[in-house]
Design a protein around this ligand. Structure first.
Ligand SMILES: [Zn+2]
Length: 470
């Protein structure tokens, strides 16, 4: 009997890991890291319910760490099989996974120095070298090509339009009454969006007209609505006003996808005369690598991005855009007192170079911080966004006197109406849908919306739950 077991991203948005077992043949769809509160992160240290060495294949939907960040640990635990992913996902993983290993090593070193861990010595979940080594097991699979893993098990990728290289996995397995088609959505991008998700770099809209017997679907924004207004006027006002008062605009942003989206939008607005031509500093070595990878996959670009690159070439060469690779280039930005835009990571200001820029710019009322991404509760970003009068940075209380704004239109996830629109276009209604990758409130709200609007049978997946494929 074929079954699916939810080993992560059940009643949470991290640690995506779904095991398919077809009578002994075992495939993991995604292998993500648990992130956020300690109770979740501790799951990264637990072994899987089956030995890693007995897994036959990993099918990876995209390069976000909550979907791929546990692969080095899986390999460390004895997994020797292939990791199937699109070429763009593999390129992004080759940057993101070693960086994740580096951060794990830094965390362990910090815990040892401060004696904050109950383990002595504290060890990294995996090292940068282990992350580099696991990349050898990645095997490229193009979107649309059918892969046969055994006589009864095939899969192919279709576009998810979430980030560069992102896909859903269509999987055919033996069921009780014959072959059954499973669809694992991974993360679902904005549905055919041109206006509502401005600056989108990759394909607009996930694959439509799907058919599946069983659907495993994300529900991150199952209880939310993205703003449908154009953010350009608000962004233009924030940037122009800051420039007029001689201030600096600081934008915390993830290096992959969000930074690129924001840069393309800035360039468009500058060329249209909507904002002044300020210097733009992209202070993130990873963003340079991400842009280089983006440029390799032009067929994934949307029309606006294609035309922007046709007119102005690589963002790495754009006039007035500076990509700061070295630490002393980054430090030099601090000396500049002139209006400019600084885009840097991490996106929630939990670490990375953005923290230095915030420490430098937050005390000045003429400066402007703009959040363009989700700020998880408890992060420094969430604190600043919520209007805190000061934040702790490098052991000091830094006063927040700068202006703070948030623009919510940049999400890479479909919201509830978009998800329902995508589901309405299914050619075949799944016999059952399991919702994963959502906080409990979001998953249960989406379940209600799907049962009332579509009359589908929907369940919220539970951690370690096993469900039979009939
Ligand atoms: Zn994602």
């Amino acid at each position: 009997m074929t079954y699916i077991q939810f080993l992560g991203a059940a009643t949470t948005v991290t640690g995506s890991k779904h095991l398919i077992n077809t009578g002994g043949f075992q495939v993991l769809v995604d292998c993500g890291l648990f992130q956020g509160p300690k109770e979740w992160r501790e799951r990264n240290w637990q072994e899987l319910p089956i030995p890693a060495s007995e897994i036959d294949a990993v099918v990876l939907t995209h390069a976000h760490l909550d979907h791929c960040g546990w692969i080095p640990r899986l390999v460390k635990s004895g997994y020797t099989g292939p990791v199937y992913a699109t070429p763009a996902t593999i390129d992004l993983c080759s940057v993101l996974l070693p960086d994740s290993g580096h951060l794990q090593e830094e965390d362990a070193a910090f815990a040892n120095k401060k004696k904050t861990s109950r383990h002595d010595p504290a060890l990294p979940l995996y090292t940068m070298q282990e992350a580099l080594d696991c990349l050898k097991q990645f095997k490229p699979v193009e979107v649309g090509s059918v892969q046969r893993l055994n006589p009864d098990f095939t899969f192919s990728f279709v576009r998810a339009a979430h980030i560069l290289g992102s896909t859903m996995a269509e999987i055919t397995v033996p069921g009780a009454g014959g072959p059954r088609r499973l669809l694992f959505t991974g993360d679902i991008g904005r549905v055919r969006d041109t206006q509502v998700a401005p600056g989108k770099v990759v394909h607009s809209g996930p694959q439509e007209g799907e058919s599946a017997d069983l659907l495993v679907m994300e529900s991150t924004y199952g209880n939310r609505l993205h703003p449908t207004t154009d953010p350009r006027p608000e962004l233009a006002k924030l940037i122009s006003d800051t420039a007029k008062r001689g201030g600096v605009v600081v934008v915390p942003a993830f290096a992959v996808e969000r930074t690129e989206k924001f840069l393309f939008l800035l360039k468009e607005m500058m060329e249209a005369g909507e904002i002044p031509r300020l210097p733009v500093h992209v202070d993130s070595p990873m963003a340079i690598k991400a842009v280089e990878i983006f440029l390799k996959y032009k067929d994934e670009f949307n029309e606006q991005t294609k035309s922007l690159i046709a007119r102005f070439g690589s963002p790495l060469q754009w006039d007035g855009f500076h990509f700061d690779q070295k630490v002393d280039e980054s430090k030099k930005i601090n000396d500049s007192k002139y209006p400019m835009v600084i885009v840097s990571s991490s996106g929630m200001a939990t670490g990375g170079r953005i923290v230095h820029h915030l420490a430098q710019r937050l005390p000045e009322p003429k400066n402007q911080v703009i959040f363009i991404g989700f700020q998880a509760p408890g992060t420094r970003g969430a604190l600043i966004k919520s209007g805190a009068k000061s934040v702790r940075i490098f052991g000091q209380d830094i006063p927040v006197r700068a202006q703070v704004a948030a623009i919510e239109q940049f999400s890479d996830h479909a919201d509830t109406p978009e998800l329902l629109e995508w589901l309405r276009r299914f050619k075949k209604q799944p016999a059952v849908t399991y919702l994963v990758h959502g906080e409990p409130a979001a998953s249960s709200q989406l379940r209600l919306a799907m049962t009332s609007a579509l009359r589908w049978k929907v369940e919220v997946a539970q951690y370690m739950q096993r469900v039979d494929v009939r």
